[in-house]
Design a protein around this ligand. Structure first.
Ligand code: ZN
Ligand code: ZN
Length: 265
């Protein structure tokens, strides 16, 4: 269990403030490291650490994504997340009660900016998105839907038009474990996705098991194409896994200014 850092609400939050204020605030915390373009020596889908082949070349895909590529056609995270940035914010926001609920403003601002700037790229690339769904929560006791709240935190901001009926969580099945592909954890309305292009929204890609399992469920229900958009792609440098430390160093140097998505950069 990583040690999640705390955040104090900036003063401007109590007065008139804008999406730009929150973007600057995120930037000052090192939380705006664009995911795209994917670092050369990273997984071709998730931008995560990859091992070396027998010949000493980096593999194209990490061990998880090798199994996920059958279910996910495109993965589009907005930023790289580190232990003390987006991941900590999401965790505080979701599970530390009302005093951290304001974190929906920076997280929502980032999401809204990314949707505004890149939803059209993704839509074009896929030849038109038919259905947009979110990964349903594993937590039934939270009392608020954190992804809904986040997507609607910026008044008049760009957002996603979610269809909440199409993909739901089957709570009789335990959540997918790290790296596990478990489509049976999700229920899909088959006729809503058969032959269609589906965009799945989630907050953070860590091992990708929830998004990949949901994507697999959508594909099993007949979806033609499944793309996944996330706010963050988590990198843990300290675990020493493959080339993760190098990736963290490279990603931490990135600037938000003029950044693209995996489709347009
Ligand atoms: Zn990967
Ligand atoms: Zn783009």
């Amino acid at each position: 269990m990583p040690n999640y850092r705390g955040f104090s609400k900036p003063q401007f939050a109590d007065g008139q403030h804008s999406v730009l204020d929150w973007m600057n605030w995120l930037d000052s915390l090192g939380a705006l490291a664009p995911f795209a373009p994917r670092p050369l020596e990273s997984c071709s889908m998730c931008g995560g650490p990859v091992g070396l082949s027998y010949e000493g070349d980096r593999f194209a895909y990490c061990a998880h994504c090798r199994a996920y590529t059958r279910s996910i056609d495109l993965l589009v995270p907005a930023v790289y997340s580190f232990t003390n940035t987006i991941e900590s914010m999401l965790h505080r926001y979701k599970d530390f009660g009302d005093q951290y609920r304001w974190l929906n403003l920076p997280l929502g601002s980032l999401t809204s900016m990314f949707v505004r700037d890149h939803l059209a790229c993704i839509d074009n690339h896929l030849g038109g998105i038919d259905v947009v769904v979110k990964i349903p929560s594993n937590n039934r006791t939270r009392g608020f839907d954190h992804l809904d709240l986040l997507l609607n935190s910026v008044e008049g901001g760009a957002t996603l038009n979610l269809d909440d009926e199409v993909l739901t969580r089957d709570h009789t099945v335990t959540r997918p474990r790290r790296g596990e592909l478990k489509p049976e954890a999700y229920d899909v309305v088959d006729e809503a996705v058969a032959g269609r292009t589906v965009l799945v929204f989630d907050d953070l890609w860590t091992s990708g098991s929830s998004a990949a399992s949901a994507a697999a469920a959508l594909k099993n229900a007949g979806a033609d194409t499944v793309a996944v958009m996330t706010i963050g792609r988590q990198l843990n440098g300290a675990n020493g896994y493959e080339n993760s430390a190098d990736l963290v160093t490279e990603a931490r140097e990135r600037d938000w200014e003029g950044s693209g998505c995996v489709v347009c950069s």
